[in-house]
Design a protein around this ligand. Structure first.
Ligand code: MBD
Ligand code: FE
Length: 284
């Protein structure tokens, strides 16, 4: 993990950490993709670009702007961010189109495996006085046929109330708002956390430059990230959103699906909100 030493959250620091994290997955590289497949996909991608250049009469000035922007994406470590924001949603759509259980959506650049193991009734690691509305998130993991999955794990990670992820922004405890929950003997879990804030794509990096050059907004709606797994079943990578929240209808990463929007209720005696969401996993 790249050490983040600056006090300010910068695009280059979070990009470097995301790039480092991706590299450590050790599955990158063209070796796994056959020659014929590379030929087909890259030829079609280039042909689409050639067509755009002709149709829009792209100039040398615009070509050079593209070249310098692409160089900056690499310098800022923002290839994981760029790809996960603007392409991953279609890869996920294709990968999971035949699933019958709960909906998945994109993983994004900020997942870290190996978060602290927690019991079925758990509070996520957080700072003393962690800001944000307390949230009780509970549910059950079953197979698509309704059988409770009593060996299921629910991995959860999310941003804090400033929109920052631990290990990708300075000054946060290593595993802040990250945990791996084992369900109880009936497949249930109860997770106490705080509601995250919407996430803003860093404005000082290459992706931020593209967003302002194109006149787009830089935001994802507030979301919880999850990976839910059980032996003999397909792992679901998903996200859950909050009804009525900003950008739910206008996510820059195009990763919201109607089935993934929570509608938490106020907790009757106490502060904060609570919501139930159940996961149904397809068989492997
Ligand atoms: C995020 O928090 C995220 O979930 C995605 C997909 C892209 C950028 C930041
Ligand atoms: Fe996220």
């Amino acid at each position: 993990m790249t050490e983040i030493t600056t006090e300010q959250a910068t695009a280059a620091a979070s990009g470097a950490a995301a790039t480092e994290r991706f590299r450590s997955k050790q599955h990158a590289g063209t070796a796994e993709v056959g020659t014929e497949r590379v030929d087909t996909l890259v030829s079609e991608l280039l042909a689409a670009a050639h067509d755009i250049i002709r149709r829009h009469q792209v100039s040398y000035a615009e070509y050079d702007a593209l070249k310098s922007w692409l160089i900056r994406v690499g310098e800022d470590g923002e290839w994981p961010l760029f790809l996960d924001v603007w392409l991953e949603h279609v890869v996920e759509e294709v990968a999971n189109e035949r699933r019958e259980g709960s909906k998945g959506t994109i993983e994004g650049p900020y997942y870290v495996p190996g978060s602290p193991a927690l019991p079925a009734d758990a509070t996520l690691p957080m700072r003393q006085g962690e800001q944000g509305t307390p949230l009780l998130f509970q549910g059950q993991v079953t197979s698509v046929d309704g059988t409770p999955l009593t060996d299921a794990k629910v991995e959860i990670w999310h941003a804090d109330s400033d929109g920052y992820y631990s290990q990708f922004a300075p000054g946060l405890p290593e595993w802040n708002l990250r945990g791996t929950v084992t369900v109880d003997g009936t497949g249930h879990f109860r997770i106490r956390t705080i509601e995250p804030a919407p996430y803003q794509i860093p404005t000082d990096g290459a992706c931020g430059t593209l967003i302002s050059a194109a006149g787009w907004h830089a935001w994802r709606p507030a979301h919880l990230h999850l990976k839910v797994s059980a032996p003999g079943h397909q792992l679901i990578t998903t996200q859950l959103y909050f009804k009525g929240g900003r950008y739910v209808a206008d996510d820059i990463a195009s990763a919201v699906k109607p089935e993934l929007v929570l509608d938490p209720a106020p907790v009757v005696d106490g502060s904060g909100r609570e919501v139930r969401y159940d996961f149904a996993l397809d068989k492997a």
